[in-house]
Design a protein around this ligand. Structure first.
Ligand SMILES: [Zn+2]
Length: 285
């Protein structure tokens, strides 16, 4: 793990890239930021988390770092020890994690257990949507009370690096590290309700667009060439034909622009989701 500090004093703000080694945009955005020799008003940490996986171009070496939090310093598994070390670095920080996907070209934010602090951060990121993953948050960074993630675009693309860099700067402006006003795009808020699993051995083709409504009765995918239709309306999230062996993606509900959101309504939903949370496997993020 690389931990770079800018500014003087003890940082209370952190940016974390390369939690997944096959998503290099965060590490590249951090390097671009450090190379720009930034003038900062308060200190921040820039963390390149899973260097070993990044060097090998793989998601993880022994286990998924973003399912291993809070980690274990005594574990036999590299990423479980790394998760513990990462926790020590970010535990007193407001943090932005940077990821990328195989399913969507634009940047969107991931949150869980949304609170005022997280909402203030994501409201000022240049993203097209904010997705609440509370229902499947187990062991992920977004569970932490001061942590939000972005998905910056397609894995390995130059656009993902640009999007990651823009989000990094906006986050550092919102947190007072960089001078200037961050954007205020008022992105839409989507709440994941459930994963859609694949039947083993069958071929899937996703026909819709992520973040675009699928109506009740509408065909949104094929399974071995046969139509798969929606029982209820939903908005697809991280949905792709072959991004994941087990999951097609997620259903979500759209709650309107972030600014219109009542946090108490989200809290109630999160509590209900937590009560019947399971060990669902999770697609990319
Ligand atoms: Zn990731």
């Amino acid at each position: 793990m690389q931990v770079h500090t800018v500014g003087e004093g003890t940082p209370e703000v952190a940016v974390v890239g390369a939690v997944h080694g096959d998503e290099p945009c965060g590490a590249r955005a951090i390097e671009r930021f450090l190379d720009s020799d930034p003038e900062v008003d308060r200190p921040a940490k820039l963390i390149i988390a899973n260097e070993r996986a990044l060097d090998q171009g793989v998601r993880y070496v022994e286990t998924d770092l973003n399912r291993a939090l809070p980690g274990d310093p005594e574990s036999d598994l590299y990423e479980e020890r790394l998760a513990y070390d990462l926790m020590q670095e970010v535990r007193d920080c407001v943090s932005l994690g940077i990821h990328s996907t195989v399913s969507y070209q634009d940047a969107f934010a991931n949150v869980a257990y949304l609170n005022e602090r997280k909402r203030d951060i994501v409201a000022h990121l240049p993203v097209t949507g904010v997705v609440d993953f509370t229902v499947v948050a187990d062991g992920r960074s977004v569970e932490l009370p001061g942590f939000v993630d972005i998905e910056a675009g397609y894995q390995g693309s130059a656009e993902a690096v640009d999007n990651a860099y823009d989000c990094l700067r906006a986050f550092l402006q919102t947190t007072g590290v960089l001078p200037g006003d961050p954007p205020a795009p008022d992105p839409g808020f989507y709440e994941v309700t459930e994963p859609i699993y694949k039947d083993p051995g069958k071929e899937y083709e996703f026909l819709g667009e992520n973040f675009e409504r699928v109506d009740a009765g509408e065909q949104f995918a094929t399974v071995d060439g046969a139509p798969l239709t929606a029982d209820e309306p939903f908005w697809p999230i991280l949905m792709s034909s072959d991004g994941h062996d087990v999951l097609l993606g997620y259903r979500s509900n759209y709650h309107g622009p972030l600014s219109s959101l009542s946090l108490s309504a989200v809290d109630a939903d999160a509590d209900a989701a937590n009560a019947d949370a399971t060990d669902d496997p999770v697609a990319e993020d």
